[in-house]
Design a binder for this molecule. Structure first.
Ligand SMILES: C[S@@+](CC[C@H](N)C(=O)[O-])C[C@H]1O[C@@H](n2cnc3c(N)ncnc32)[C@H](O)[C@@H]1O
Length: 267
């Protein structure tokens, strides 16, 4: 008898990550197409003031500083003191960058301080997604833009032989982040926060190795966790995990997913 998949929460593997920088750098490689789309959507120009909420290692902050140039300003905010402490300048010809320790739900900035605020793979982790979106809108100027993107954790699709077991484990494993369905909820969060001209775009992600998939979903930990937590029969979960390793070793691993990108404007 296995436990109901809605009764046992998977561990929050993000907090367990012992090398967050390595994980974020690998994710950035897998998300090159997503980041290109975000760059195209972002209404940033020379001299813009930009906020990156949940900036992680600050790689996007530095890229934005080059884009807005020396007349602009780019601020990265993150709740991790460990990551924010590693923030580096963007180099000559770029805007000055600032790294600030803080919470997305209570941004330490005055109203209308920025032209644009963005958050990439952050709202899925915050305690109050509605407060985070409202705060991003608060700190942009009237006419300013807010952009948020997250993957929908209910839509990760690995190709594995046992469809029933895959559905069971993946459905359960999607809860390893605090807000697994926030991507599909973002439009409502923007509308409720009073954003105008709210637009939704989808961006597919194709992952052809376990290392790539682990950078975004930690699927490599799912089999052992499902067996240990009684979500699936321990032997069946072990075999499921071995199939992932076998497919990866034989170069035929595939998992895909969907990022939801929502933009809105402040009235
Ligand atoms: C998956 S990482 C994404 C980092 C970066 N945006 C990127 O795309 O590489 C999530 C980041 O959100 C930060 N974070 C989580 N909860 C937060 C909160 N409540 N306020 C601010 N940052 C938060 C984490 O510390 C982490 O750096």
């Amino acid at each position: 008898m296995t436990a109901g998949t809605d009764q046992v929460k998977p561990a929050d593997v993000w907090r367990e990550a012992d090398d967050a920088k390595k994980f974020l750098d690998q994710a950035a490689i897998e998300l090159a197409a997503v980041k290109k789309e975000l760059d195209a959507l972002l209404q940033v120009e020379a001299g813009s003031h930009v906020l990156d909420v949940g900036c992680g290692t600050g790689a996007d902050v530095r890229a934005l500083a080059v884009r807005v140039g020396p007349g602009g300003r780019v601020v990265g905010l993150d709740s991790s003191e460990q990551l924010i402490g590693r923030g580096r300048p963007a180099g000559p010809g770029a805007a000055p960058v600032e790294f600030v320790h803080g919470q997305a739900g209570a941004l330490p900035f005055p109203d209308a301080a920025f032209d644009v605020a963005r958050a990439e793979r952050v709202i899925e982790h915050v305690p109050d997604p509605q407060a985070a979106v409202a705060e991003m809108l608060r700190v942009v100027k009237p006419g300013g833009q807010v952009l948020v993107t997250d993957p929908d954790h209910g839509l990760w699709a690995p190709d594995l032989d046992d469809r029933r077991l895959t559905r069971t484990i993946m459905n359960w494993w999607s809860d390893h982040v605090p807000n697994p369905w926030v991507a599909r909820q973002l439009r409502e969060l923007f509308v409720r926060a009073g954003a105008q001209d709210v637009r939704v775009k989808l961006q597919p992600v194709v992952l052809t190795s376990l290392a790539a998939a682990d950078a975004l979903t930690w699927i490599g930990k799912a089999a052992a966790a499902a067996g240990a937590q009684g979500i699936a029969d321990a032997e069946a979960a072990r075999a499921w995990g071995e199939e992932i390793l076998r497919r990866d070793a034989e170069g035929r691993f595939l998992m895909f997913g969907t990022f939801v990108v929502v933009t809105g404007t402040k009235k």
